[in-house]
Design a protein around this ligand. Structure first.
Ligand code: WQD
Length: 338
């Protein structure tokens, strides 16, 4: 009997790729998703890719009854917690929504886990918990001073996990601090499907390459970076998904908690990403320079040493593969999931 992992937000971008990696590693993913930012058609794709009849609970993590139903009647090895709102810009406009969905939602989930004796959590944290870089690359002991409500919520959840683990020695968690997840499963059957106008770079670039949008606005070309444009640590979503399996194995093996960066350890500028995407897609990506975007940091990237030492995980896929897989998803699914 495969060990069951409850994947909240499992129909979303990172959650769906994690379901595939968990199934590939011999776990049985069970999805809980309120479909506020995902389509149910993702489930068919997951069943196709895993060969498993993946169960879906259409519910919000703040619904205690739904959580009890999802966690009851079977031993649950761990919860992989992706469900949450994830737009930095939106979090500035709607901070209380973000704290209710993300922080309150996680508190309800932890309570349900305690009721059902579920002892392990993989938490989708973020590099935004660090705030303005005082030194780069970010190491896990960098000061934690988030500068937007999204990052403040992620840090509040990390603090909540710390206290929950201190109160219950049987409970352990991995707070996984994502850098910039991009790309798609190599099959092209699952990928990033943002609603409306993409806020993030890669899906926007992909839509320009496919002709759905005329040009990419490059937000700022006067940063103190090699080519003046913003630098980020882009991470292939399949590397990220595999890191979750490595983190679960860590919790099973070490019986202790960890907060750890998930990045490649190197940065790429906007213009480097555009060039790589043009090469991978064979399509031009016209650009126009625009003013800096409010709230953007000039550059940041991860120190990925701790993940290698503790999880035995390193990113294996480079920018070219990230762009190639993103393009395959985009070109095979021009309208995303329908
Ligand atoms: C990357 C670079 C932009 C769009 C955010 C969240 C982070 C995580 C990932 C949730 C920057 C530039 C972008 C465009 C551009 N989300 N850009 N034109 O802001 O680094 O991170 O998304 O976990 O928490 O903060 O990602 O992809 O929006 O921007 O020039 O149309 O691309 O200025 O330099 P970001 P991004």
């Amino acid at each position: 009997m495969a060990a069951t992992v409850l994947v909240t937000g499992g129909l979303g971008y990172v959650g769906s790729h994690c379901c595939v990696a968990l199934a590939h590693a011999g776990y049985e993913p069970v999805v809980l998703d309120n479909l506020s930012n995902a389509r149910e058609s993702v489930l068919e794709r997951l069943r196709e890719l895993t060969g498993a009849a993946i169960e879906l609970h259409r519910a919000d993590v703040r619904d205690a009854g739904a959580l009890d139903r999802a966690l009851a009647n079977r031993p649950i090895e761990a919860v992989a917690h992706f469900a949450g709102l994830k737009s930095v810009r939106e979090s500035v406009e709607r901070p209380l929504d973000y704290f209710d969905n993300n922080v309150n939602g996680t508190a309800r989930l932890l309570e349900a886990m305690a009721r059902h004796g579920v002892r392990r959590m993989l938490f989708s944290s973020s590099a935004t918990v660090y705030g303005v870089p005082q030194r780069l690359p970010y190491t896990e002991d960098h000061p934690l001073e988030p500068v937007n409500p999204y990052g403040c919520g992620k840090l509040a959840i990390e603090r909540m996990l710390e206290r929950a683990a201190a109160a219950n020695p049987d409970f352990h968690y991995a707070a996984l601090r994502y850098f910039n997840p991009v790309g798609a499963h190599p099959s092209g059957r699952i990928g990033e499907d943002p609603r409306g106008v993409p806020e993030n770079l890669l899906p926007y670039v992909a839509q320009v390459a496919s002709g759905q949008r005329p040009t990419l606005r490059v937000f700022g070309k006067d940063y103190d970076t090699p080519d003046g444009t913003g630098v980020r640590d882009y991470l292939h979503v399949m590397d990220l998904a595999e890191a979750h399996v490595a983190a679960l194995r860590f919790l099973e093996r070490e019986h202790r908690s960890i907060a750890v960066n998930l990045g490649t350890g190197r940065g790429h500028s906007v213009l480097e990403v555009v060039k790589a995407f043009e090469a991978a897609s064979g399509r031009p990506v016209p650009i126009e320079f625009a003013p800096r975007r409010a709230g953007d940091l000039p550059e940041y990237w991860a120190d990925a040493t701790l993940a290698a030492q503790e999880l035995g995980w390193r990113a294996a896929r480079g920018l070219e593969e990230m762009c190639r897989d993103a393009w395959r998803w985009q070109s095979q699914n021009p309208d995303g999931y329908v």
